[in-house]
Design a protein around this ligand. Sequence first.
Ligand SMILES: Cc1cc2nc3c(=O)[nH]c(=O)nc-3n(C[C@H](O)[C@H](O)[C@H](O)COP(=O)(O)OP(=O)(O)OC[C@H]3O[C@@H](n4cnc5c(N)ncnc54)[C@H](O)[C@@H]3O)c2cc1C
Ligand code: FES
Ligand code: FES
Length: 1302
Amino acid sequence: MFKPQPMFLAVMETASSQRRKKDKTRDSPAKLQYQIQVNGVLYDVQNTDPRMPLAAFLHFMLHLHGTKTMCFESACGCCAVVLEYDDPVNQGKRIVKSVNSCLYPVGALLSLKNHQVITIEALGSVKKGLHPIQQRLADYNGSQCGFCSPGFVMQMFGLLKNNQTPNVQEVEDIFDGNICRCTGYRPILDAMKSFAKDSDASLQGSLIDIEDLMICPMTNQRCDQNSSTGPAEGSDILLYSNCRMKWYQPRTLEQLYDILQENPKEPAKFINGDTAKGVYKGIYFKVNIDVKGIPDLYKVTMGPHGLKVFSNVTLSSLIDYLKLYSDQSPSYNVIAQHLLKITNKSVQNIAGWAGNLMLKWYHKEFKSDVFVIFEAVGAKLAIGDKDGEKTYTPMEFLDVKMEGKVLLYVEIPKLKENEVMNSYKVMPQTQNSQPYVSAGFRMEFEISSGVKLVKSFSMVYTGISDNFIHANATEEFLKGKDITSNETLQGALATLDKEVIPDDNSPLLAKAEYRKSLAFGLFYKFFLSLLDESHVSPCNRSAICSLKRPVSTGKQIFSCRPRNYPLTKPMPKLSAYKQTCGEIEYVNDIDPLHNELFSVFCLSQVGNATIDTIDITRAEKWHGAVKVILAKDIPGFNTFMPPPFEVEEILSSGPVLYAGQPIALCVAVSQHYALEMVDVIKVTYKDEETPIVTLDDAIEKESFYPSPGTELLVGDPVGAISESPYQIEGEVRAGEQYHFHMETQICRCVPTEDGLDVQAASQWLDFAQQAIAGACGIPAKDVNITAKHLGGAYGAKVTRANLVACGAALAAHLLNRPVQCIMDLTTNMKAVGKRHGYIFKYKVGFNEDGMLNGVIIKYYCDNGSSPNDNEVSAYFVFSDNVYKCKNWQLIPVALKTNRAAHTWCRSPGSKPNIFVIETILEHVAKFLSLDPIIVKQRNLYAQGDITPLGFDLPYCSIKDLYSTQIEKVNVTDRLQAIEKFNADNRWKKKGLAVVPLKYCLDWTEGFYLCTVSIFASDGSVMVTHGGVEIGQGINTKVAQVCAYVLGIPVDLIAIKPTTTISSPNSGTTGRSITSELNCLGVKNCCEILRERMSPVKAILPPDTPWKDLVAACFKAKMNMTAQYWVSPDPNSKGEPQYFSYGVTVAEAELDVLTGENQINQVDMLFDCGESLNPAIDIGQIEGAFVMGMGYWLMEKVIYDPKTGEVLNAGTWDYKPPFSKSIPINFNIELLKNAPNAMGVLRSKASGEPPQCMSCVTLFAVKRAIEAARQDIGNDSYFPLSGPATVDEIQTNCLVDYKNFSI
Ligand SMILES: Cc1cc2nc3c(=O)[nH]c(=O)nc-3n(C[C@H](O)[C@H](O)[C@H](O)COP(=O)(O)OP(=O)(O)OC[C@H]3O[C@@H](n4cnc5c(N)ncnc54)[C@H](O)[C@@H]3O)c2cc1C
Ligand code: FES
Ligand code: FES
């Protein structure tokens, strides 16, 4: 079973002791064996735990903070570095690879001769000059929060080191393991493609000579000038030995066998890539054998029987060899293509095929892609020990006793003349995903009397059940059968039907019904591929190939007003260059003080109970332990949500409301020890009750919070519906979404003479201050909070950041030492709530033309275990979207479940509300057999209409926008083309949908303190404001406004970190209004200053330089600081400040047999007013839209049905969009000539509104599903809830193998 366990972190001691151990000497022969080389400098690691991840070594020991970490699963890419070393088999050749440093053990470098680790610091820096990759990523606006940027830069650097003239396809392929939650990837891909030889002229930059740019900032020398590292002749084999572990580094197979014999009782771990621990965590071995120093295990030979590949050969090298020898057997290319779909490039670069097979050997449920294709092709595995070697089939290997044995090599046979092979992998995403089901098929034919008969067939699956590997009965059935007959096909499928019995024992598995359908569908694809084209009906040919994804492109259309520059100038973010150099300091990048401690929450494992006992004895005695803090130790209030919010306990005082609730805080000298302490805390529970873990359960048991908000009743909806010619009722759902900020929840507190100095990754400093003060029992004035840059937030760090803030503060306060509280990804995903999930039930009455008469919607919104961040009725303002109707009833219900309390997530409330009304319009259209595009158009608001909440729409432009966009992007022609495509293709379908938008921007409740100070000495300007830079570009926009109003260059202005000292009482950063309100505050400050300075200016010559003007003002005793408290009053009708509008058209394509889909094109027209910075706004729009696509099509939170614990708390099972998930053709246009009279300097917000149109992708896919259903005569309405993951989509296509034919 995949059971996420606490991640392995290095045995790290306090920073001071680490520093003592660090030996920064140049080459010293005596220590050669223990030297690693980073950026041209040698470091001795003799006293370092060799298992320490390289990322931790860089961070803690070398204080190189440019390399970031998040997942510790080798799946997000932010920790990428480049590794170079001598090719173990080809003398004089160097190997250069990008590697994820979070899993790579530092000791594993020691077996790589003349290695060199290159980190982001070696490429460039703002002070010394940027590397072209860093420069372009920033210039192209490819960084927002910047947390992912170093990883992207290093990945690209690794590519260019190997290939200085890549093409765009190669560039796009390389980022399969790099996650960016902010940008929507498009600008990153554009920046990187500018290095490609065939890139679009608009992207083209000049190619670079990478070798010339390898100057190490630490040594000022080229950092590929290697000093010798790695094993020397005659050096030791046992490199490390202590009571916890041994670390060997053999150089021959004999030495390896000797080591195995010396340790007969201890299971040994071979270190090749050491990536398997990204999948199965927390498995520790005492005996560790780094096999990479054994040259014999790298051999590859092509012989008469096939390709013989030894076990140290990595997946990426194996792919290269298979491609190299692809002329020897058609199967080699098939296998290479399948291997390319395993994990991501950085893992493929170091992971071996042998380690993958061993994962299957250890864990029978592991869906090994290597196993499937090796078994299907008929590979032979050689296994060796002291006594010699034996060969086995992969199937037989599963039963070999592997203790004391070594996988030596695989022999991949060539196909016989009459043999054909193919393989398939269907996964939740096209990149970096484990399969739902993988399959490999190999068939041998013979021709008898002119008929093509099956001679033998190998039919291998993974993902069906632990034991189902070969479809034996089907293989047998097919022998001797005529391949061109429909009876053969149906007979085989019927046989398969009987023998495919999928496991259904884990909520993490896709539905059994789906996986069974895949088994049929993949076989069908293969079967048709065996036939000559003339034998397959034209319609069915569409079954054979998978979806083709060309290189993505996109247009960004906007206008600027140069006379207003720097306002409206599409300039890069001020911090972009530091971000792409890895120089921006996030909380985790602050060097720990000498006595700093680390704290980790221990979480409950049950969902609805009372704690009976907590035994912390072992934990408190654990190595490195300092204290276990329990609820009783909290000196102040045990809540991280101060009044008027309801109590949410920091540490449970007894009641456990959800599985994942913090119940203790383990404090230790290192994060690793703190995590180990968690494991040895024993908790017993009493009064256990069945938790309510689903929304349906909560509805059935009427588990509701008493005050969900006010119901909205307008007109007489009940009467209007009953009097309407037509009525429908329906239900649709929208799930949860993990925010997936790359910087997980983190806070650091340092006790000082001035109180507690807090570095918080928080979107709401004032609230964190209140929470800390309350928990520690100290006044707010003694809590000084600073937030510089957040590595993503998206709402998760508004109220929820208080949990880690209180944890760190309590520990710091109680122990009087600096303390960090960091949530690793798993803890973060379990302990903290997500975007609220919904069930919507509706009734609608309408006319025959689709015009709405009455709408009743009941919103069941899951609040989880606390109603504090309830959103259900607060967002009714979005419920109508752009549609006019006179009669509404909107009923809020706040569900109480035993899940972590859910919280706001980018476009909270608005996104689901707009989805439900869009669903209703789609439902109405289907009911009337009308095109939803027309029905939506008929119902659009006109200028001067009034919304259900009574708001006037004096500037409503949606009718124009809608028709303009439809015409501009050729919707009519494209619909016709789609209709033809769908008629011609039974197994591929396309769909097109349109979603318009009206978004209400409400400024009330936005309050911020802004201060602008001009330094009299040189005229430079310092700005502080109350918003937090979370990647949205607030600081850049504020600087642009300041520069514009004062009439000075932007580079005279510094935006300082947000603090509770400079901006006390400021509100939360969120709801898309923070940038504009702080711009407003700074604008007002600047106007005050300008006004103040004007009398002095009037008596100076007109061209007096700014610096002299400032000096003259100061001499005139002027206060050079101005402050403004932004706190807009609601207008008399409580109306929003303004509305923004938009229209998005999306086109999708679907593989009906598998459910795999892609968004071929998106065209968005969005009204951003007069954008303050179109580059930033387009970045926000694209990022928001792609995050929305993730929500509607990919991201599914899976809960344990018994306890409610989040089961997919990691990257293995939870998939945000990757770079190939985005629309293939992604076009964004900002409405031209649209100044917003009600906005700040005529602008409109961009952070959230565009995300509300992202449901268009789900509707486009739905259209394609409808086309598939129509082919089997089913044209009835069906709801499609979000997330519509690949498996859900395919299930809705109602595929029945009995309809398969040739
Ligand atoms: C993010 C991510 C995504 C992944 N996605 C997929 C996927 O989609 N499909 C898939 O099939 N796999 C996937 N994997 C698994 C991946 O393929 C394996 O982690 C990798 O191939 C293991 O190789 P390694 O060299 O790192 O093995 P290691 O981690 O070094 O070793 C793994 C095990 O194999 C043993 N071992 C290694 N070499 C030998 C040998 N020569 N003889 C005997 N025992 C040996 C070790 O003792 C150890 O127990 C994924 C992994 C990650 C981290
Ligand atoms: S932290 Fe290394 S890949 Fe995510
Ligand atoms: S910029 Fe990529 S995650 Fe924030």
